[in-house]
Design a protein around this ligand. Structure first.
Ligand code: CO
Length: 514
C-alpha cells in the first residue's frame, strides 16, 4: 500500500501573503481554525515570512498574540513557520543570540516546524537557526531555494540536500517561490534526493507560471513526502495550488490522500468572504498564469517591480537592454538566486549599469553581496567587480559567516526597551531587533487597520508640486535600503493630501515574496 502524500496548508501565511498583500487579520482567520484543524493536514503554515512585519505594520497586531490565538484554535495540527535563517523575518543578518532567542520564544508559543532558508543557499546562514530549533526540541526543515544558472545543476541541489541532512534537519524543502521549477526537473530532483537522503522531502511551489500542480504531480510520482497546498481564493495564481484541485490531479493515484471535500467547501466559502473583505489588497485582474515569468525566467513580482522602476526612471524604452543586463549582474555576483532580497538588488543594479555604465553607480546592497556581507555566493564573485566594490565602499571583502562579525545584542535590546518604558521580555526584544519603529508605533497608538481608501499625508516640505505630483509609489527607488522583493504588485486608489489640497491617486504596493 503506497503511503499517501501529506498536504501542508498554506492559507494562513503564504496564501494571503501571495494573493492579498499579507493583510488577513487574526480575526478573519479564527472562524476557519476548527475546520482547518480537523482536516488532517500535515501542518498549518501560520507564521513567519512577511506576516510578522505586515501584521505589526498594517494590522497593529503583536506577532506573538496571533501565534497564541492560532495555536489555541488548532491544537491538533502542527504549526509551521517560514524563517529566513540568520535574517529571521527581515532582510539583513542578525546576531546569533537574537536568532536563538527568536526560535526559542516561537517554540515556547507553540511553533512546531521551522522551515529555514537562506537567499544565497549559504548553509552557514541557516546553521544557527537549525541548532536553535533542535535545542528547543522542534522540527527543523532545511530549505534549498530553487534557481537556474550554469552552477545550479541537479547535482548542486542533491549535494545541498545531503548537507541539510548532515546539519541535523528533520526534513528538506525544495522551495520554488518563482513557480519556475519544470515538472521533469522536480521529478529528477526528488528522485535523486530520495536515493541520497533518509529524511522526508517537502516540495513548495507557486502556480504563478502555471506549472505548480503539474510539478506537484511529478514530485509525488518521484516519492515526495509532502506538498504545500492552499484554499481558494487564496490559492492558485501567485499562490499555491488549491487543495481540491490537487486532490483531483491525484484522483485514482495510489498516493492520493483522503480529505473531507465538504469541509474543504466550507473553508472555501469562509475564505471567499475574507477575500472580498480584503478587496483593496487582492489581484483584481485575476491573471491566472503569468506567461512573462516563463519567457523571462525571473519571479513574476520581480518583473512587475522592474517595469515600474524603469518607468520611474523614464527608461521604459530600454527594457530589453536592462533585461539583458540581469544575467551579467547575476554572473558577476556569483550566480545568486533571484529571491528575497536578491532579486530586487539584481534588478536595480542591472538598471543602474545600463543607465550609468557598468558598475559606475554600484548600489550599497549589491556591493555588500560582492564583498561577502550577505554570505557565500554560489559561484565566485568576479574579482574585478569585487575590487570596484571594495574601492567604492571602502570595505574589505569577507569570507567568514557574516553573523560572526555581529556582536550579541539581546542585553542592549532589553535595555532599550526598558528605557522606552516598553515590555522587555524576549518576545519584545526580538521584535524590537527587527522592527523597532513599528513596535514603538504599536504601543504609541493602537490605531485601527487602514480604512479604505487610504489617506496618505505628505508633509509640505517633502511634497512635490501638485501639477507634477507622481503617485507616491511604494516601490523603492534604486539604491534605497534593501527592499522586499515583490511577487506581484497591487494598485490602490487613495486620497492624497498635499499642502492641504486633496488629490485622488493610484499607488502601487509591492508584495513581499517568500
Ligand atoms: Co512561497
Amino acid at each position: 500500500m503506497a503511503t499517501p502524500v501529506i498536504f501542508n496548508n498554506m492559507v494562513l501565511r503564504d496564501g494571503h501573503q501571495s494573493l492579498a498583500a499579507t493583510r488577513m487579520t487574526t480575526e478573519q482567520m479564527l472562524p476557519a481554525l476548527e475546520l482547518l484543524d480537523n482536516l488532517g493536514f500535515g501542518s498549518l503554515e501560520t507564521w513567519g515570512g512577511a506576516t510578522i512585519d505586515a501584521g505589526l505594520r498594517f494590522l497593529n497586531e503583536f506577532p506573538f498574540d496571533r501565534l497564541d490565538a492560532l495555536k489555541a484554535g488548532t491544537p491538533k495540527t502542527p504549526h509551521m513557520m517560514l524563517l529566513r535563517g540568520q535574517n529571521i523575518v527581515q532582510y539583513a543578518n542578525f546576531p546569533d543570540d537574537v536568532v536563538e532567542a527568536f526560535v526559542m520564544t516561537a517554540a515556547k508559543h507553540g511553533m512546531d516546524i521551522f522551515r529555514i532558508f537562506d537567499a544565497l543557499n549559504d548553509t552557514r546562514n541557516m546553521r544557527k537557526a537549525i541548532e536553535a530549533t533542535k535545542a528547543a526540541g522542534k522540527h527543523a526543515q532545511g530549505v534549498m531555494c530553487y534557481t537556474t544558472s550554469p552552477v545550479h545543476t541537479i547535482e548542486t541541489f542533491l549535494k545541498m540536500g545531503e548537507e541539510i541532512e548532515a546539519m541535523g534537519c528533520d526534513s528538506i524543502c525544495i522551495k520554488d517561490m518563482a513557480g519556475l521549477i519544470p515538472p521533469v526537473f522536480a521529478y529528477k530532483l526528488v528522485k535523486g534526493l530520495k536515493e541520497r537522503v533518509r529524511i522526508p522531502i517537502n516540495v513548495h511551489t507557486h502556480e504563478t507560471a502555471g506549472l505548480g500542480a503539474n510539478t506537484y504531480y511529478t514530485a509525488v510520482e518521484a516519492g515526495a513526502d509532502m506538498i504545500d497546498t492552499s484554499i481558494t481564493p487564496f490559492a492558485n495564481g501567485t499562490g499555491q495550488p488549491d487543495t481540491v484541485r490537487m486532490l483531483s490531479h491525484l484522483a485514482d493515484h495510489p498516493r492520493k490522500p483522503d480529505y473531507d471535500l465538504e469541509a474543504l467547501q466550507q473553508l472555501r466559502e469562509h475564505f471567499t468572504r475574507v477575500y472580498a473583505e480584503l478587496d483593496p489588497f487582492t489581484a483584481h485582474k485575476n491573471e491566472v498564469v503569468n506567461i512573462d515569468t516563463l519567457i523571462y525566467q525571473v519571479p513574476g513580482g520581480m518583473l512587475s517591480n522592474f517595469r515600474n522602476q524603469l518607468k520611474e526612471q523614464k527608461m521604459s524604452d530600454r527594457f530589453d537592454e536592462v533585461f539583458a543586463e540581469i544575467p551579467v549582474v547575476r554572473e558577476a555576483l556569483g550566480w545568486i538566486p533571484l529571491v528575497t532580497p536578491t532579486s530586487q538588488i539584481v534588478g536595480v543594479q542591472a538598471m543602474l549599469n545600463v543607465k550609468f555604465g557598468r558598475w559606475q553607480n554600484f548600489s550599497p546592497q549589491a556591493m555588500d553581496i560582492a564583498l561577502g556581507y550577505y554570505g557565500q555566493t554560489p559561484a565566485a564573485v568576479d574579482p574585478e567587480v569585487q575590487k570596484i566594490a571594495a574601492q567604492k565602499s571602502g570595505k574589505d571583502p569577507i569570507t567568514c559567516r557574516p553573523a560572526d562579525l555581529a556582536k550579541p545584542s539581546m542585553d542592549r535590546l532589553r535595555k532599550e526597551l526598558k528605557e522606552a518604558g516598553l515590555p522587555d521580555d524576549d518576545e519584545h526584544c526580538v521584535i524590537h531587533a527587527m522592527f523597532p519603529q513599528e513596535l514603538k508605533k504599536h504601543y504609541d497608538s493602537r490605531q485601527a487597520p487602514e480604512p479604505k481608501p487610504e489617506t496618505v499625508e505628505i508633509p509640505a516640505a517633502a511634497a512635490p508640486a501638485p501639477e507634477a505630483a507622481p503617485a507616491p509609489a511604494a516601490a523603492p527607488a534604486p539604491a534605497a535600503a534593501p527592499a522586499p522583493v515583490a511577487r506581484g504588485s497591487r494598485l490602490h486608489e487613495v486620497h492624497i493630501s498635499v499642502n492641504g489640497r486633496d488629490f485622488d491617486a493610484v499607488v502601487e504596493e509591492v508584495i513581499l515574496t517568500d
